[in-house]
Design a protein around this ligand. Sequence first.
Ligand code: PGA
Length: 251
Amino acid sequence: MKKPIIIANWKMNLSFQKTLDLTSQVKDDLSEIKDKDIIVCPSAVALSSVAGLIKNTNLKLGAQNVFWEENGAYTGETSPAVLQEIGCQYTIVGHSERRKYLGETNLMVNKKVNICLENNLTPILCIGETKDERHEGLTDNVLYHQLKECLDGVNIVDNEDIVIAYEPVWAIGSGDIAEPEEVARVFELIQQVLIDIYPLTVVKNNVRMVYGGSVDSDGAVGFSQLKLLDGFLVGGASLEINKFKEIVKSL
Ligand code: PGA
């Protein structure tokens, strides 16, 4: 396993005050941990306050989304350069909720991955099949195309990292966690696609693979033995400090 990474995706679930409270709890309980990367992803309005709270700790800040240009007339969008300026080191891109509700396409996600790397932000690239696609036996095909299109022309050099988050859409927020064996199989496939695109050293050193979708403290344990798993992207369970702590511990 590479350095484990556990990402808390708080989505749009918390008030501003509750975001600060939860950040303080994470800070109290987990900020001493050095051998794992723990990333908190609050909503955009709270990013800079959370950045202040976790400054000089081991915790890291991630955004839930980013725009594909650094500045300009893009009303309502968030600049990667500004994210970097306020202390973000990561950003989620291509989350299935954004694909579903905001029409994000692989082409948009591809531009976002590129601009992240140009701005020293590590993209957490989300891919995953829907329930229908799964039932039609299209999982591998969907993941292959998402990876190829989202990473088209994306050059990863020595000091750059990327995280691939396999999040089956049917597993997100449903309580229906994927089978570890299936995730292991999918990770092999993802690794193979990455090896087709990048030199082996890049795949080995610069890419981490995480699973997301109804990860909770019990479910996480079943994944801890997976050879290619480097961590988790956690939604619901990251809102409860005790559950989140257990998930961090499971790796
Ligand atoms: P969940 O969300 O853990 O609540 O399923 C995961 C995600 O959407 O990143």
